[in-house]
Design a protein around this ligand. Structure first.
Ligand SMILES: [Zn+2]
Length: 132
């Protein structure tokens, strides 16, 4: 379990971009221009001051918000920090990112008032399982 903040994401953005797209010179001739674009983005991300750059600075370089967006898996809201719980994040891992509000709601649940509820159907929002 560990906290992920917007600053953490900005600090790691260049290395994550590189892990996703490098080596930039190895793109096939047909995709060479794409490799050059990815390299250009990497260079700009590398040159950012990771302690003062904003989410907007990073989004502008990359061209979208997908690399800096932090979303709570419980309430689905965009937030600036989440607590990552469960298995270490990987493809198909049982990992959840929870915002501060949801963590506080979970920690306030009294187990004596928890009732057993059937799991929600796929795609439906989960009930808290707490009696009113
Ligand atoms: Zn939440």
């Amino acid at each position: 379990m560990h906290l992920i903040t917007q600053r953490d994401i900005i600090r790691q953005i260049a290395s994550k971009w590189s892990a996703q797209y490098a080596p930039f010179q190895d793109y096939s001739p047909r995709w060479r221009r794409e490799g050059e674009i990815k390299l250009g983005v990497f260079m700009e991300l590398t040159e950012l001051d990771k302690e003062t750059a904003t989410k907007e600075d990073v989004d502008k370089i990359i061209g979208n918000e997908s690399w800096t967006r932090i979303k709570c898996d419980q309430c689905k809201k965009e937030v600036t920090a989440v607590l990552q719980v469960g298995e270490p994040l990987s493809y198909e891992s049982a990992t959840a990112n929870l915002c501060q509000k949801c963590v506080e709601q979970v920690s306030a649940i009294s187990w004596e008032n928890v009732k057993v509820v059937a799991p929600p159907p796929a795609g439906a929002s989960a009930e808290t399982g707490v009696k009113p």
